[in-house]
Design a protein around this ligand. Structure first.
Ligand SMILES: CC(C)(COP(=O)(O)OP(=O)(O)OC[C@H]1O[C@@H](n2cnc3c(N)ncnc32)[C@H](O)[C@@H]1OP(=O)(O)O)[C@@H](O)C(=O)NCCC(=O)NCCS
Length: 124
């Protein structure tokens, strides 16, 4: 946990996860294990981040967003409140995500749309 991160006492962060500078976790945010949260990220109330997810710099999640295991949110992505990003999904930089992203798909753009399937884990 970087000393310049702001994490409310009601938040929980799993083993092996890193939360970098200027990131804000507002209230009741749950971050799983081995998650990378890059600088200047805002995780709003009741967000849930699955194990092994990566949240790139400048991402902002609305309240109650769920991010599945191993998902990747590209730099500066915005996710509407209550939306679910599925396990293993990849959200492009700058995306504006208004709808649920199914597991294992690549979505990008504003509003975000499906680009293609995500590569299998073995190909990464
Ligand atoms: C979404 C992403 C994974 C797509 O990568 P890709 O599959 O190699 O896609 P390509 O570069 O071949 O682009 C495919 C199409 O999607 C478009 N596109 C790619 N990334 C986009 C994005 N972030 N937003 C909008 N459109 C995007 C391209 O313009 C292209 O459109 P076209 O076919 O009309 O020319 C990638 O661009 C991305 O955003 N990665 C995240 C990068 C990041 O945040 N890094 C943080 C480092 S800490």
């Amino acid at each position: 946990m970087h000393p310049a991160a702001s994490v409310a006492p009601s938040c929980r962060i799993g083993a092996g996860s890193v939360v970098l500078a200027q990131t804000v976790l507002t209230a009741s945010v749950r971050v799983g294990a081995h998650v990378a949260v890059m600088p200047h990220v805002t995780l709003t109330h009741d967000a849930e981040i699955g194990d092994y997810a990566t949240i790139a710099s400048g991402v902002r999640l609305g309240g109650g967003v769920t991010v599945g295991t191993g998902a990747y949110l590209g730099a500066g992505a915005l996710v509407r409140e209550g939306v679910t990003v599925g396990a293993g999904a990849l959200v492009g930089m700058g995306a504006v995500v208004l709808r649920d992203v199914p597991p294992g798909e690549v979505w990008a753009g504003s509003p975000a749309r499906r680009l293609r399937p995500a590569p299998h884990r073995e190909e990464n």
